[in-house]
Ligand binder design. Structure first.
Ligand SMILES: NC(=O)c1ccc[n+]([C@@H]2O[C@H](COP(=O)([O-])OP(=O)(O)OC[C@H]3O[C@@H](n4cnc5c(N)ncnc54)[C@H](O)[C@@H]3O)[C@@H](O)[C@H]2O)c1
Length: 278
């Protein structure tokens, strides 16, 4: 049986692990070929490890096991020219571009460095300018191809509600994370508005805590250990689970990329286990 994305090509950022990898695998399961990038290196202000070349190789292997093609390159979403080279190479090899998942992200929200302006700036650069770069590079190709398309921007529950209930939780990193994720809603809706004419849809997706190395790391473990109970309440889901799985988000991304959502655009899509109800 043909997959729901047969013949499509998806560009995914932050593809080495976590949600980016889950998106690559889920879209490939439905027939898409993948162009993927990941920084595959640490960032100074981020106190937990980011994806590695080995992680990226694992994503490649998982997609290839599904008999789909993947062009995966190390690239930093903050660096427009590096991102362009990776995208160009992917489109040249795979022949087209239909879907974009702007997913790469960092969360420098605990520890000493999270209290610096550099942490704030890293969040704006990676989470906001990185998404801008991704969409600016890709939407002209979608218009030129003339067959519509779907752009999914990964925001967060943190972009829709405050995560700080006490001053103890205050860091410039968390403010930067939240502000950038909130700004993505406006960015996404502007793109959705002017791209609608071309049947190119743009939606933001807002997960609650997702079980990935972004939260399963020493920095977060130490941070949560000393967090005020009030602040931990900001993370409570209505459906009684502490976190959701990357695949739960990938299923929503798949729907947003498929024809089944062809008139769904400019929306804020919560995959948050009801967190915004609490
Ligand atoms: N994990 C959560 O609880 C959670 C909740 C809501 C939203 N999010 C968002 O989901 C997205 C995916 O995060 P995840 O949970 O899979 O975390 P993750 O840390 O497992 O994966 C993020 C990937 O992005 C890559 N990356 C980071 N900076 C990059 C850059 N400048 N250029 C290219 N690649 C870069 C990392 O190397 C890593 O492989 C992020 O935007 C994150 O903010 C995560």
């Amino acid at each position: 049986m043909a997959g729901r994305l047969e013949g499509k090509v998806a560009f995914i950022t932050g593809v080495a692990r976590g949600q980016g990898r889950a998106h690559a695998v889920r879209l490939a399961e439905e027939g898409a070929d993948i162009i993927g990038v990941d920084i595959c290196a640490p960032i100074d202000t981020v106190d937990y490890p980011l994806g590695t070349p080995d992680d990226l190789a694992e994503t490649v292997s998982l997609v290839e096991k599904l008999d789909r093609r993947i062009v995966a390159k190390p690239a930093d979403v903050r660096d427009l020219s590096g991102l362009r080279s990776a995208l160009d190479e992917g489109v040249e090899q795979l022949g087209r571009l239909d879907l974009v998942v702007a997913n790469a992200g960092v969360m420098p929200v605990f520890g000493e460095r999270s209290r610096t302006m550099e942490a704030w700036q890293t969040c704006l650069d990676v989470l906001l300018t990185g998404v801008l770069n991704t969409v600016e590079l890709t939407y002209p190709r979608l218009i030129e191809q003339g067959e519509g398309g779907s752009i999914v921007i990964t925001s967060s529950m943190a972009g829709l509600k405050p995560m700080m209930r006490t001053e103890a939780r205050h860091t410039l990193g968390l403010l930067g994370y939240s502000a950038a994720k909130a700004a993505l809603v406006n960015l996404g809706q502007n793109y959705a508005s002017f791209l609608a004419y071309h049947h190119i849809r743009v939606n933001t997706i807002h997960p609650s805590a997702v079980n990935t190395p972004m939260i399963n790391n020493d920095m977060c473990a130490a941070g949560f250990e000393v967090s005020d109970e009030q602040d931990l309440l900001a993370l409570v889901n209505a459906i009684p689970v502490t976190s959701i799985e990357p695949e739960d988000v990938a299923n929503a991304v798949l729907w947003l990329c498929s024809e089944e959502s062809k008139f769904f655009t400019g929306n804020v899509v919560r995959v948050d286990a009801g967190a915004s109800l609490r």
